[in-house]
Design a binder for this molecule. Structure first.
Ligand code: HEC
Length: 718
């Protein structure tokens, strides 16, 4: 089956939900409100505190709670027997309706959590009252260099400072007691399309941060900064640069031998945009490395090669950034198969021997158990349906590819998994009690094919794949068949046996990160706007709460004055939400992002939602010939789909272009699209890439979509 589109329209009802803000604890601009009961200023997070996190199970001091990133809470007051009594203790409104991916940090009764545009909120973890708020005033025009929403995955805390990375490439240290910046350093070359969405980690007094932007034309790296002064201490590049400029290290020289052609001209990619873990005993820092840029390997490294360290787990010395070992999950990546997915450290008995392992379920669909001392592959098994490789050869450590899967130069090809991955950034969780890894797994196939008009442009979405093939099919039968292939589940995976213990099916992909607890519970939010608790042993749903907007972030748990809290940030968003939100389950629609915090016996409620019928204003007349509309579709898929949605149907997070007042005249359209009238609000200036003719063609295509929606009665024309 091909995902090629035809000319009719998919009928997708998009409703607009408006949340009333009454009764909410809104994030106003007040700075420095005093903390209420349960919150004290200042904190003493040191290496020992995070290393010994299990001595203070009531805190959540680091992104994955511990350096091992297990996301398991040893708290058990909330458990299988009483979880039905869980209720909303407080809700904190971020006051924004863009994607929220942050894991909160809780220390000394204060919760630190980021929302859209990198705003850091310090909240009294007991009451939900704002303590302070730090707005780093990011350069919003850089949102144009972000594939996957203006998200952030959270802060780190160390000593008396909170650390956060920003979409405009800064790393900021904020004083925990005042909320004011202690230092603010630039981590990127601002002339290049880098961005930061990941949470920093602090190891031995060094703040470690990576970045994103592979497809836009960058070369990935991670850097370490002194936690006190903000001075840069080391930088490790994840892919080699132009050999003519010399190599930064022996590791880069080794990596360069696995590339061909002039890969550096498009940056090469390999951005380390999310996962890290640290083993204090081995003193190894692990980083997850991203995909190649462009995706199409023929265009990146024309004579092949493994292209190190793309799609790899790399172990480094945290003091120096020195390379120790790597394991590459997808040699010669050509599918956007990142290995930036969450990594978990655990000690497992493998074949009768106790092993120190690192576990990862990267996008490519295989679950890996790797010896974290040496990088040796111990086992690998597909955790979702995979059709690009038959298996991973344990002798060579390499996937055995299926003929035709390496699509460049070949006919279009429908593959599982695709660029959304069998698992994306949404954190998984490992429970040492059950021995299971709980994976927010998904199935979303993708049709890969050559882009006949590929031309690398820095700052644009460069994949070298024909994105038009990624449009959902429009004839009803094929559409229904493809929609049925979109799946999402909690997958409880036994990493020793490499098999599923149980799974819980959601309505589709792109569900939240996962927390497991010593209360024999698993917590997860979902695309269909629910936050729920499951029995960790068998997946039975034991409790759920309607969150009014889809949840993608991961929950945490903490304790104050003998009461256990479970908290999660809500707010639908991210790549799938923006591009395919139109086919996401009902309820996912953007609403006001919040922190939702629960405890036993609490009975707070969220204000009601009122649905407003979708209305499409009378679209302008279609004056363009069909060839122009077709060209407009091509340009739309190249430049606009990642934010404004498949078939110009918005998920409700960003404006639905079919309803836009700017569609009414070419003049107002061009002002936004080609002259940057809304660039300070995150709508890029496409003047450099989209010429007048292409802008008119895209408008003609959107007019066509609007007219079809009105004719089909999907929306009301006024
Ligand atoms: C990186 C994400 C991103 C991409 C890619 C993108 N846009 Fe936007 N666009 C936005 C955001 C964010 C807004 C809303 C700005 C605001 O809040 O006013 C927006 C708003 C708009 C609006 C105004 C809608 C309204 O009625 O308020 C138009 C028109 C528009 N975009 C057209 C396009 C076109 C055409 C393309 C492709 C050439 C495109 N955009 C690509 C993010 C994007």
């Amino acid at each position: 089956m091909s995902l090629l589109k035809s000319s009719s329209v998919i009928t997708i009802a998009v409703s607009l939900f408006v949340l009333s803000a009454c009764g909410q604890k809104a994030a106003d601009d007040s700075q420095g409100n005093m903390a209420k009961e349960g919150a004290t200023s200042g904190t003493g997070v040191t290496a020992t505190a995070i290393i010994n996190a299990d001595d203070t199970p009531g805190e959540w001091l680091s992104h994955g709670r511990t350096y091992s990133e297990q996301r398991f809470s040893p708290l058990s007051r909330v458990n299988r027997d009483n979880v039905a009594e869980l209720g909303l203790a407080w809700a904190f409104d971020f006051g924004v309706s863009r994607g929220i991916e942050a894991t909160p940090i809780v220390s000394d009764g204060v919760m630190y959590v980021t929302s859209s545009w990198n705003i850091v909120n310090a909240i009294n973890a007991k009451t939900g009252d704002l303590v302070w708020r730090h707005d780093p005033k990011v350069d919003k025009s850089r949102a144009a260099f972000m594939c996957c929403d203006i998200v952030n995955r959270g802060v780190a805390i160390w000593g008396d400072k909170v650390y956060t990375g920003t979409i405009d490439g800064r790393l900021i240290a904020i004083d925990v007691s005042t909320g004011k910046a202690a230092w603010d350093v630039n981590t990127i070359d601002k002339s290049e399309p880098y961005s930061i969405t990941g949470a920093p980690r602090v190891v031995k007094g060094k703040v470690i941060i990576g970045n994103g932007g592979a497809e836009f034309g960058v070369r990935g790296y991670v850097s370490a900064y002194d936690a006190e002064s903000g001075e840069m201490l080391w930088r490790f590049h994840t892919v080699p640069g132009n050999p003519e400029n010399g190599f930064e290290s022996e590791a880069m020289k080794m990596a360069a031998a696995t590339w061909t052609g002039e890969w550096w001209t498009a940056g090469g990619g390999g951005t380390a945009w999310d996962s890290m873990a640290y083993d204090p005993e081995l003193d190894l820092l692990y980083i997850g490395v991203g995909n190649g840029a462009p995706w199409n390997q023929n265009l990146r490294s024309p004579d092949g090669g493994d292209n190190l360290f793309l799609s790899s787990i790399v172990a480094l010395r945290p003091d120096t950034g020195e390379y120790v070992w790597h394991y590459q999950t997808t040699p010669g990546d050509t599918w956007d198969f990142t290995a930036t997915q969450h990594m978990i450290l655990a000690d497992l008995e493998v074949d009768g021997t106790q092993r120190k392992v690192i576990m990862q379920a990267p996008k490519n669909g295989f679950f890996y158990v790797v010896d974290r001392e040496t990088g040796e592959l111990l086992s690998a098994k597909n955790y979702v349906p995979v059709n690009w490789a038959t298996h991973v050869d344990l002798e060579t450590g390499r996937p055995v590819e299926v003929a035709g899967a390496r699509w460049p130069g070949k006919p279009p090809y429908l593959q599982m998994p695709g660029p959304l991955g069998g698992h994306n950034w949404h954190p998984m969780s490992y429970s040492p009690d059950t021995g299971l890894v709980y994976i927010p797994a998904q199935e979303a196939p993708f049709a890969y094919g050559d882009d006949p008009e590929y031309l690398y442009k820095e700052g644009m979405w460069n994949t070298g794949a024909n994105m038009a093939l990624a449009a959902l099919p429009t004839d009803e039968a094929t559409f229904a068949a493809v929609k049925a292939m979109l799946k999402g589940r909690i997958l409880a995976w036994d990493p020793v046996k490499q098999e599923a213990a149980w799974s819980f099916e959601h309505q589709g992909p792109w569900n939240g990160g996962i927390l497991s607890t010593a209360g024999d519970l698993v917590f997860q939010g979902s695309a269909d706007a629910h936050f729920a608790a499951y029995d960790a042993a068998n997946g039975e749903q034991l409790w759920s709460f309607f969150s009014q907007t889809g949840i993608v972030a991961a929950p945490i748990s903490y304790e104050i004055n003998g009461e256990q809290y479970v908290a999660v940030a809500s707010g639908w968003g991210g790549s799938y939400a923006l591009a395919y939100g139109g086919v996401a389950p009902t309820g996912s629609e953007a609403g006001v992002g919040r922190v939702l915090t629960f405890k036993l016996g609490a009975k707070e409620t969220l204000p009601g939602v009122s649905a407003i019928p979708a209305r499409i204003p009378k679209p302008p007349a279609q004056t363009a010939p069909p060839e122009t509309v077709a060209a407009g579709l091509g340009a739309y898929m190249r430049y606009c789909v990642t934010c404004h949605g498949d078939h110009a149907v918005s998920s409700g997070i960003l404006p639905d272009l079919r309803r836009s007042a700017y569609l009414q005249s070419q003049e107002s359209w061009d002002a936004v699209v080609r002259r940057g009238a809304l660039s300070d609000r995150g709508m890029g200036n496409f003047g450099k890439f989209v010429d007048a003719e292409a802008a008119a063609a895209i408008r003609a295509y959107v007019i066509g979509q609007a007219r079809m929606a009105v004719e089909d009665g999907d929306a009301t024309a006024n």
